[in-house]
Design a protein around this ligand. Structure first.
Ligand code: NAD
Length: 439
């Protein structure tokens, strides 16, 4: 038995007893843990910035932006947890002489896996919901962001007793050992491919799962849209973190008569935001996380080009900077590899329509995406698109922003995810709703 398996088994045994204690914990006790977490993260915020710069070349603002949503999640939970935890009176009909209530109870021991693209925020934000709902957690930070992984482990060890939250650094081998345990719930953020492995492992013990996955996010630009705003927004968000964001816009559907002008606007926006003196600006372009992913993204472009796609701009990368140029492709053939895989890199695929139903049918035929974006000034148009499509979430006349609204659930649907979190939705996701009837 390796030292990590030995420790994992022993901590799991301890947490399997502790989960009955944590389930009974009060809002005050949970809040105390969350406030301690917030205080320690605040005191290490400069280290967070440094670690994110080292792993992903995020700038100061990009680094602090991974801490901010965690503070927001803690603050909202502190303000509302007592209400969320309160039992809800239920109608006991047909037992009219009885009384009934629904209680939210912790699920038990939760496995938490995080992705490498927002390796700090997407580790601690779900952890807030896990603690709020009265669970224990075994946490594995992402191995491809080693500086953040080490820092996250230090923070967790400083804030929590191992019986409540224990951290295990490592890669797939560690993940697989954790997945052998008869765990109660798995909270996983990552790719749909690994999501399937997680769900298969969960099935062995009938553990419940939250899967926060990805996909190819489509954009429909209507003829009534403010084209300049749409082009600038799409350009900015396609190359955020050098395209490594689960919510990035990817397949862009344009009315055919505006396509050339629109593409020129996007190119102009790329130049203004991501180039300096005609060269890729390392300060505004993120870093592709590792060489394997760099070659993967570059491979999509080379493959599409070899099959007849037109590379309007970009198409190349800078291996030394580990950045890919923001790239626009048109005429991508159906057999290009990129048509079936999430890019997770700064590539925009442009498609055109005469009738918007062409775009809608193409979107219906794809796996349901994590996000869908609509640019229009016509409310009937956006309602029509909403009624004919599905996605985890939607922003109209913007990209990504629905994720920043704490009053709405964040998650995917089918291949882009199962379950949702943020605020009360995270509390409920990590709780079991237990029905109690008093006869
Ligand atoms: P990933 O699926 O490769 O890895 C995520 C985690 O799974 C890591 O902890 C890794 O160690 C583990 N893992 C990897 N291979 C495994 C295997 N074979 N068996 C068991 N565990 C394994 O994902 P990633 O590359 O870190 O992140 C990119 C993906 O995450 C993209 O698809 C992106 O869309 C998605 N994502 C989704 C969200 C969201 O909120 N929905 C947010 C960020 C990223």
């Amino acid at each position: 038995m390796t030292p990590i398996s030995k420790r994992l088994k022993s901590v799991f045994a301890i947490q399997s007893e502790q989960k009955w204690v944590n389930k009974q914990s009060t809002a005050e006790q949970r809040i105390e843990k969350l406030l301690k977490l917030k205080t320690v993260i605040q005191s290490r915020e400069d280290d967070v910035v440094r670690a994110l710069h080292a792993d992903l070349r995020k700038d100061d603002e990009g680094g602090r932006n991974e801490a901010v949503p965690i503070y927001g999640e803690v603050d909202q939970t502190v303000a509302e947890l007592a209400n969320w935890m309160a039992p809800v009176k239920a109608d006991p009909t047909p037992f009219v002489e009885s009384r009934a209530k629904i209680i939210s109870e912790g699920r038990g021991v939760v496995l938490l896996f995080s992705p490498w693209n927002y390796p700090f925020a997407l580790l601690f934000q779900p952890l807030v919901s896990i603690i709020a709902a009265g669970n224990c957690a075994l946490v594995k930070p992402n191995e491809l962001a080693p500086h953040v992984s080490k820092l996250a482990a230090e923070i967790i060890n400083e804030v929590f007793d191992e019986k409540d939250v224990a951290v295990f650094e490592g890669g797939v081998d560690v993940a697989n050992e954790m997945l052998e345990l008869p765990i109660d719930h798995i909270f996983f953020t990552g790719s749909p491919a690994v999501g399937k492995i997680i769900m298969t492992a969960a099935a062995k013990h009938l553990a419940s799962v939250t899967l926060e996955l990805g996909g190819k996010n489509p954009v429909i630009v209507d003829r009534t849209a403010d084209m300049q705003t749409a082009a600038g927004t799409i350009a900015a968000f396609r190359n955020l973190n050098n395209g490594q964001v689960c919510l990035c816009p990817e397949n862009i559907w344009l009315p055919e008569e505006v396509a050339d002008e629109f593409i020129a606007m996007v190119q102009g926006a790329f130049q203004a935001m991501f180039y300096k003196d005609g060269k890729l600006n390392p300060d505004t372009n993120g870093k592709i996380i590792d060489e394997r992913n760099y070659q993967r993204v570059k491979g999509y472009i080379d493959d599409a080009r070899s099959k007849g796609a037109n590379i309007v701009c970009g198409g190349d990368g800078d291996l030394e900077l580990r950045s890919i140029h923001p790239t626009i492709m048109t005429d991508v053939p159906a057999n290009a590899t990129i048509m079936g895989e999430e890019t997770f890199g700064p590539i925009l695929n442009i498609f055109t329509y005469k009738d918007v139903n062409e775009a809608i049918i193409a979107i219906q035929q794809q796996p349901k995406p994590l996000a869908l974006y609509i640019f229009t000034s016509d409310d009937e148009f956006s309602e029509m698109v909403l009624s004919k499509t599905s996605s985890g979430g939607v922003t109209v006349n913007g990209c990504l922003m629905h994720v920043a609204v704490p009053g709405m659930p964040f998650g995917g649907v089918n291949s882009s995810g199962i379950g949702a979190y943020h605020g009360i939705f995270g509390f409920r996701e990590l709780s079991h709703q237990r029905s109690v009837l008093f006869m």
